[in-house]
Design a protein around this ligand. Sequence first.
Ligand SMILES: Nc1ncnc2c1ncn2[C@@H]1O[C@H](COP(=O)(O)OP(=O)(O)OP(=O)(O)O)[C@@H](O)[C@H]1O
Ligand SMILES: [Mg+2]
Length: 331
Amino acid sequence: MPLLSVRDLVVKFAMRDETVTALKSISFDVARGDRLGIVGESGAGKSVTGFALLNLISRPGFIDSGEILFDGMNMADMSDAELREVRGNKMAMIFQDPMVTLNPVLTIGQQMVETLQAHRKLSRKEAEQIAVLKLREVYIPAPEERLAQYPHELSGGMRQRIIIAIALLLDPQLIIADEPTTALDVTIQADIMELLLELCTTKKVSLILITHDLGVVSQMTENTLVMYAGRIIEAGRTREIINDPQHPYTQGLINALPQQTLPGERLKQIPGNMPSLSAAPKGCAFNARCEFAQDRCRMEVPNFEQIGPVKVACHEVRRLHHETHKQEDLA
Ligand SMILES: Nc1ncnc2c1ncn2[C@@H]1O[C@H](COP(=O)(O)OP(=O)(O)OP(=O)(O)O)[C@@H](O)[C@H]1O
Ligand SMILES: [Mg+2]
């Protein structure tokens, strides 16, 4: 049994004039110890997916239907008490901005002790000892002294290390990290990713890493989901998706990487924008930006089907796959 199994998950937002569907029936699994990347442009539904997994979608949003089976239990219909038990304890989330998680008026020590005592029967002394141990694991220098400091006294990189330490406090089975380094200096982004990778690997914690950056995904994860306008449009082993993307949108994302561009050349951005939820076109949501779109793509939503080693939602994928691989054979 996979650690996490999401089935036909639908999330909606009830706005004043209309109800929009942010997740249009998504399904995926995360095996124990596996690291999964979720990529896609802004507004694709990556963060909504992360929040939904913890059943943290708040009004006007709601989980409309579907299952989120975590370790056999359905997160979508747990009581608040059961959810509190899972959150932090078994599943932890790391956000882009450390200050979302850190309370500015409490010291690092107070926050860590509070989190520990909420889930475990520990004295303050015992909780502090665990806190120091966890700070040491994320390579925080002089951890004993950090306990007395307030979040604003620390650098952004240090704060994000503390967030990782807090996420690991209760030895969770799954960490969901939503753009955990975008708010940081470029120079320390790689350090934080490396730390996250090291800790997940040594502790056999599963990771869901949400990011815009396909380069990061290729370094950090074994499997990848590509999202577009609230759907998963390609899924499979990260290596396959990076080396041989099947969906025209995934191909566009990879062609737009700076590594694919010669010096002096402009980045090959995908033309146009992702449609807003209320203005999604009929058929495949990518059709207006897709150079291969046919009439059918403007009429019917494509099925999500296995094409070789990956799963893809594209009407034209068989033809395109055939043509690229034929050209390769001739070359
Ligand atoms: N609180 C909200 N109220 C209404 N709609 C929302 C809300 N949060 C998200 N949405 C809708 O869900 C869609 C997906 O949002 P989400 O935050 O998951 O995108 P994302 O893929 O994480 O983008 P980004 O890369 O910018 O973080 C958005 O286009 C938005 O329309
Ligand atoms: Mg987001």
